[in-house]
Design a binder for this molecule. Structure first.
Ligand code: NAG
Ligand code: NAG
Ligand code: NAG
Ligand code: NAG
Ligand code: NAG
Ligand code: NAG
Ligand code: NAG
Ligand code: NAG
Ligand code: NAG
Ligand code: NAG
Ligand code: NAG
Ligand code: NAG
Length: 666
């Protein structure tokens, strides 16, 4: 029975004149101290953020035992006195309601007390809600390092992983097994998140973390520092978050303590919530951030969540994920700013302090465009984030999050406090002659940085349209040649039974997209597997490389120009480095198309190979996927940070386009 929110005047009127009969009866029946308190809202000290909560508290939640307890403690104070004059007793615990967070300011050196009553503990659990189409399972990412790899094989691996991880509660997160609730105990999830914390002029280290104290003992109704440690448990928040799970049997008493540290000034602001359903706030304590940076340029970045399902064999489930209102959001901050340090596991901490704040899923802010996509190997649903307005040459901290349960948040919503995943990082490029493109209609698997010139292509969509059109045009020529070749007739030693015109077509398209849209990174990047390009041209700002370098590159087509001559004539990006396409794109093309088409790949060691193709990394990748052994590129590779480069002297691409017999695809 929540009471309406009233202004101080209204609430006085309500209490004295127009209160319902029920309220009056309640008032006299239980003499609940807070009830009187609520009628004196204007006397509440301004720093007390609980007053709204107090007004809303359904007092029926309390049982008589509590009230007796309180009356014993506070009788003397209440008889004949106005609490507004006395001031609020600091030992007076604030009653909590299932799945309703209390937001409080906590001055340094003080403890705030809360109570979850036995009656609330044994109240009915909240009804199940539909939830996401399928549960989030972490650490099942497939490392998409192989374009040619059979997606089915990869998916099987993925399934094995998830089955193996079935018992791993840490990564199963909210799929908590329902506790076997014996008749005399029930699981209570207490969560605390820090929204703001004291700051310091003298250190960049974050302020000390808050501490949560929990007691189930009637002999310790004010848990906190200095109380008998046998009668309470203490948990320190970790980066602004704590989840304390207990099997409760009666009233549960809580205290949040802010250490006093003179290095810092200001107070803490924190949320505390208790739930008999599942944690109201949630931090996914896993090594997997559930988020990948596909690529970045000087002022934007493209990020994807992990695939949301292991395979697309259930088409209903696939459609449900693809059609969902994007459920996730991201928060990011320049690593030079320490505003989110110490708060990074806290949803309200990120929301209050992050520099780049996503609005609710599905909406577009000036800085973040998001949507569902199935780009990448396996065509698995994932959520994509295109973040703009970043600074050049910076490192950003970024965390995936969810507002409430993804469709609702706040009071009364199970999990209404939001979810946060492990923070990860990405870098932006230094120079402006690479730009991330995505959402192309022909090369629809391209989602990485390509050479650009901001003077010629000031926005992403015209650049993407230019590359896509040029590539589709060349593909049209190939299709005409393919139409004349009887590639579906009989098999031969060169042309496998398993391959036909469809596979030739697909292999050509993948190869063409990757050689036509070289993956671009800073010229200053020093990774050995990068191929310098277009060194003879000026940078977009008009500067040339130093004369010694120019002299050296002058007679090398591979170094002096781009892989594709039209980039040098239409884009004029200036010096950049290319992440070379993976060599197996070429092998796959040769194997998939009839020998009569005459495709041929250079072999490692051949003249020109090193400038044309990159080798696959030996093994998987590191968990963050940042430059993770990612030494070659292919369209659909979305899980690794780019660092690419080029290969083919442009005339070779042209020749390949015309599918001349005996062609080596450099
Ligand atoms: C916190 O520490 C400061 C300086 O040491 C002291 O003046 C202040 O009284 C302390 N506050 C509390 C609540 O302990
Ligand atoms: C979120 O909570 C609201 C309110 O309880 C509920 O109506 C909704 O279905 C929930 N959403 C999901 C995705 O479970
Ligand atoms: C930090 O600086 C402000 C003014 O710049 C000052 O008022 C405040 O006391 C300083 N705080 C600490 C903890 O030194
Ligand atoms: C609580 O206090 C009472 C009275 O002092 C005592 O009898 C009882 O043993 C105490 N309980 C615990 C768990 O300490
Ligand atoms: C995450 O898990 C580690 C290891 O189990 C634990 O030490 C840490 O406190 C946990 N952090 C949070 C925020 O729960
Ligand atoms: C709660 O009780 C269940 C079953 O009695 C037990 O498995 C579980 O570990 C307990 N949880 C805590 C946090 O004590
Ligand atoms: C808590 O409530 C339950 C159910 O109403 C009751 O059986 C139990 O005795 C109560 N426990 C305490 C400690 O009051
Ligand atoms: C797809 O994933 C589901 C659930 O993980 C699994 O049961 C099924 O066997 C998988 N199908 C294939 C073809 O791998
Ligand atoms: C496919 O997904 C739908 C929607 O989530 C689910 O109802 C159905 O049981 C799933 N089918 C199989 C075979 O797993
Ligand atoms: C022009 O751009 C290049 C690459 O970003 C940079 O190295 C160079 O310093 C710039 N020159 C001037 C004059 O700004
Ligand atoms: C697409 O590319 C072709 C060939 O380069 C060119 O003739 C045509 O004008 C381009 N179309 C657009 C819209 O850019
Ligand atoms: C080509 O082969 C694939 C499987 O190998 C098959 O699904 C497809 O229908 C074939 N296409 C044509 C045009 O025969």
């Amino acid at each position: 029975m929540p009471l309406p929110k009233l202004s101080p005047l209204q609430s006085r009127l309500a209490a004295s004149l127009i209160a319902s009969a029920m309220l009056v009866i309640l008032y006299f029946a239980i003499s609940w101290p807070h009830f009187a308190y609520a009628a004196e809202v204007d006397s509440i000290r301004p720093e007390d953020h609980n007053h709204e909560r107090l007004l809303e508290t359904p007092y029926l939640d309390l049982d008589y035992e509590d009230i007796e307890l309180r009356e014993l403690s506070y009788e003397a104070e209440f008889i004949g006195f106005d609490r507004g004059i006395i001031g609020r007793a600091t030992t007076d615990p604030t009653p909590m309601i299932n799945n309703v967070a209390i937001t409080t300011n906590i001055p340094q050196g003080q403890v705030m007390f809360y109570l979850f009553t036995n009656a609330s503990l044994w109240a009915d659990k909240s009804p199940e809600t539909p939830g996401l189409p399928s549960p989030i399972i972490l650490n099942r990412r497939s490392f998409d390092t192989s374009a040619g790899e059979d997606p089915v094989t990869k998916d099987e691996d993925v399934n094995d992983d998830s089955e193996d991880g079935e018992g791993d509660e840490q990564d199963q997160g909210l799929r908590l097994q329902p506790r076997q609730s014996t008749t005399d105990q029930r699981t209570l999830y207490i969560t605390v998140t820090t929204c703001t914390q004291p700051t310091s002029n003298t250190t960049t280290d974050p302020a000390p973390q808050l501490q949560l104290y929990v007691s189930q003992s009637k002999n310790n109704t004010n848990p906190g520092p200095g109380q008998n440690s046998d009668l309470q448990d203490m948990m320190e928040l970790d980066q602004g978050y704590a989840l304390y799970e207990l099997n409760a049997t009666g009233n549960v008493y809580m205290g949040i303590y802010a250490k006093n540290d003179s290095t810092y000034s200001g107070t803490y602001n924190a949320q505390i919530a208790a739930s008999i359903d599942k944690p109201y706030h949630y931090y996914w304590n896993s090594s997997d951030p559930n988020l990948f940076v596909a690529d970045s340029d000087a002022n934007s970045a493209l990020l994807f969540t992990d695939p949301l399902i292991a395979n697309s064999s259930n088409t209903t489930l696939y459609e449900e994920w693809m059609n969902i209102t994007p459920p996730f959001q991201i928060f990011a901050s320049d690593s030079g700013s320490n505003s989110i340090m110490g708060l990074q596991n806290s949803y309200c901490g990120l929301q209050t302090n992050a520099q780049i704040v996503a609005s609710r899923a599905g909406q577009t802010t000036s800085q973040i465009v998001t949507g569902m996509t199935d780009i990448g190997v396996g065509t698995l649903p994932k959520q994509q984030f295109y973040v703009t307005g970043l600074g050049a040459g910076k490192t950003y901290n970024v965390a995936l999050a969810m507002s409430g349960n993804s469709t609702a948040s706040g009071d009364g919503v199970v999990g209404g406090g939001g979810q946060v995943f492990k923070m990860t990082t990405f870098d932006t490029l230094q120079s402006d002659n690479c730009a991330v493109i995505y959402g192309l209609s022909f090369c629809n698997q391209v989602a990485y940085a390509v050479p650009t010139n901001p003077n010629t292509f000031p926005n992403m969509s015209t650049l993407a349209a230019y590359y896509d059109n040029a590539t589709a045009y060349n593909y049209g020529i190939f299709k005409k040649v393919l139409a004349q070749i009887p590639c579906d007739t009989t098999s031969s030693a060169q042309y496998s039974l398993a391959r036909n015109c469809t596979s030739c077509d697909a292999a050509y398209k993948q190869w063409l997209c990757s050689v036509s849209m070289p993956r671009c990174t800073d010229y200053t990047s020093t990774f050995s597997w990068l191929q310098p390009r277009a060194q003879g041209q000026p940078f977009p700002n008009g500067t040339f490389l130093d004369p010694a370098t120019l002299k050296f590159v002058n007679n090398s087509a591979a170094l002096n120009g781009s892989r594709n001559a039209s980039i040098d004539t239409s884009v004029v990006p200036g010096p950049y480095k290319e992440v070379l396409p993976c060599e197996d794109l070429c092998y796959n093309l040769v194997q998939s198309c009839p020998a009569s088409m005459g495709f041929n790949c250079p072999q490692p060691g051949d003249v020109g190979f090193n400038e044309s193709y990159g080798l696959r990394p030996i093994t998987g990748a590191d968990v963050n996927g940042r430059f993770a052994n990612h030494t070659c590129n292919f369209p659909g590779l979305v899980y690794f940070k780019s660092a690419g480069s080029l290969a083919l002297p442009s005339q070779i691409v042209v020749v390949a386009t015309f599918v001349v017999l005996g062609l080596t695809l450099m």
